[in-house]
Design a binder for this molecule. Sequence first.
Ligand code: GTP
Length: 362
Amino acid sequence: MKALVLAGGFGTRLRPLSCTRPKMLFPVANQPLIDWTFRRLSEGGVDTAILAVNYMAEAIVRYLGPTKFDMGIIYSREERPLGTGGPIKRAGDLLKDEEIFLVLNGDVISDIDYRRIVEFHRERGGLATIALFRVPDPSRYGSVELDAKERIVRFVEKPEPGKAPSNLVNAGIYVLDRRVLDYIPSSRPASTEKEVFPKLAEERELFGFEARGLWVDIGIPEDYLIANQLLLSKTGAQMAEDAKIDKDARVLSPSAIGASVEIGADSVIGPHTSVSEHVRIGKGCRVENSIIFPGVSIGDHSSIRNAIIGENASVERWVKIESGSLIGDYAVIADSVTITQGVTICPSKRVEESILEPRQVM
Ligand code: GTP
């Protein structure tokens, strides 16, 4: 079985975090996002993964190479972004000998049983099957109406509040028949959600497979933090052998502490915190429910809650960062600054004054 993984999006909300690292390589529970997807595919019987890449493709190719978790990896490169449908058409030559194949958004973490959805697809005999998860608010996703035979009779992308057909949403995981390639236009960007699925639904060729369990679409900081929490709860505490934790510091489980991390006296780290390799945390710090990228330094008495700190950023002393804020690579947050409420600091910025309202500092 082959799987096409879409790994080329711009990722608007999380993009400012890093100028060197594509979203697929963002750490989740101290492992690159793409590793979680690939491990699951391999366990699900996939032998070849085709990765559709464009933006920062080289970094992904360098990291993954030609094989991973016993799967061969083929790269399908785009010169310009082709949306969510164009990459499927572009990889057509690599897929057309398969009767059916899997397609998935690379920024989704899920423990779906791939064998089960493939089996369901064969049983129903349609041209496409979409994995569905039930969510409280479907307005950010594609919402569907199912008939009694689990056929999708209506597919509405990003419905207006109150107008969603149901709380079952497109999980970004599909089984497609190769004939679906004929539904996608060539040589222009195309949207599977807006152009292909509504048409397949109209032709009664689209089915929905309701899955349960872990599913997070890593599109916004809050969901990135939730994915990190859930995977840390699943993996349990991780501690690198060479981490230097002061005897008067505490790491609350579940948290992941990477290689060569240093944590000073009286600091409390966790729960639900991922600290990547080569991070230095001073004395008396508090870091909770946060993701800290490699090489970050955090000065004495600083506190970070519900935030994401990009590679090599420097948080000085007595700093407070909270509430879904993003600090870009190499940014510097000066002594005593407070940052709250969904603030984004772009890479390499120096911030000297507190920011207490949601805004992006370019
Ligand atoms: P936003 O800009 O925040 O909407 O994020 P995104 O670019 O990641 O878009 P979206 O969430 O719609 O993307 C769904 C999946 O398709 C993600 O896994 C993206 O990586 C991927 N994707 C989006 N656009 C492209 C593209 O042009 N080419 C490829 N290869 N993948 C894409």
